[in-house]
Design a protein around this ligand. Structure first.
Ligand SMILES: [Fe+2]
Ligand SMILES: [Fe+2]
Length: 305
């Protein structure tokens, strides 16, 4: 782990967002992940994605722990809202105090910044309160029919562009008193934060969303299978009687006579049985009937011999 960080110190942000504290000693990435209850494949996938925007096709979505990704994203929100933006605000106030600008001018800048923070908070609160709980319920196999990740994807906006505006206002139009060290510090922080937010957005759009889509797809397939499974048990008593006749080798006419039905009705019931069970051959229906104890082996011995 130590080597990984030495190679790229910006990884410190990622590591903290996975909940790791410093003091790794000689522990490997695997050991650190295990001791922090974080899935190592997911950790490395996020690290690679952030450092080189690694190809989504190389990532096996089904091997990603969404729980770990949600922890990562939530901690990032906490970092921006409760640490980075308040820190920039404190530095900005100090830097503006140092300038020669009139009070209303400074006030306008602060209002711009505060409005921006309100916007970011709204954006992140929505993700924390709506999107992440929805996704965590998906992990538990529960799909909320009123929502899907495509809604989030469609409305998800980038939140770093206003920081670029603020940076440009300060650089181009806000005459500061020489040597303006404090204002420079603010500009460095704004650039850092802008880059970091842009990466955060990218992780959400191109990592979190596709992985959630795969999970939704898997869950939908499972639901369809379940629905088919329910149909198996949903044969009506009449259909069971007809099925029994079929596997005993009776013709439609014989079944109709035996049950006092028209041949036409028997054919229609047989069509429903085939559709519900998705079994078309008599041999297949025979196996189904035995497994579900509709007939005994002895009863159909003469037919299958
Ligand atoms: Fe976010
Ligand atoms: Fe977001």
């Amino acid at each position: 782990m130590n080597e990984l960080i030495k190679e790229d110190t910006s990884l410190l942000l990622t590591i903290t967002r996975f909940g790791f504290s410093l003091g790794f000693g000689d522990k490997t990435v695997n050991e650190v992940c295990i001791s922090n209850n974080v899935d190592v494949y997911t950790f490395l996938a996020v690290v690679n994605f952030i450092s080189d925007g690694s190809n989504q096709e190389e990532i096996n979505h089904r091997d990603i722990s969404i729980n770990s990704v949600v922890v990562y994203l939530k901690n990032a929100h906490h970092f921006f809202l409760d640490f980075k933006l308040p820190l920039i605000k404190r530095k900005l106030i100090e830097a503006l105090d140092e300038t020669v600008q009139e009070e209303p001018y400074r006030k306008m800048i602060m209002k711009f910044f505060d409005d921006y923070v309100t916007e970011v908070r709204k954006h992140m609160d929505y993700e924390n309160d709506v999107v992440f709980p929805y996704v965590l319920r998906l992990v538990d196999g529960k799909k909320d029919p009123r929502y899907n990740i495509a809604v989030f994807e469609k409305n998800h906006e980038s939140i770093d562009s206003k920081l670029t505006d603020l940076k440009n206002i300060l650089i181009k139009y806000f005459p500061a008193q020489y040597p303006n060290y404090l204002l420079n510090e603010v500009l460095f922080d704004l650039s850092d934060c802008e880059r970091d937010l842009e990466k955060h957005n990218r992780v959400e759009d191109y990592f979190f969303v596709p992985i959630t889509e795969t999970l939704e797809k898997t869950l939908n397939e499972a639901t369809v299978e379940l629905a088919n499974g329910e149909k198996v048990d949903n044969l009506t008593d009449r259909e069971k009687e007809i099925l029994t006749g079929v596997v005993k080798g009776l013709t439609n006419k014989e079944i109709a006579q035996h049950l006092f039905l028209s041949t036409h009705t028997v054919i229609s019931h047989r069509r429903n049985i085939t559709r519900k069970l998705e079994i078309h051959s008599t041999a297949g229906l025979t196996i189904y009937a035995i497994v579900n104890k509709l007939v005994t082996l002895d009863e159909i011995k003469s037919v299958i011999e």
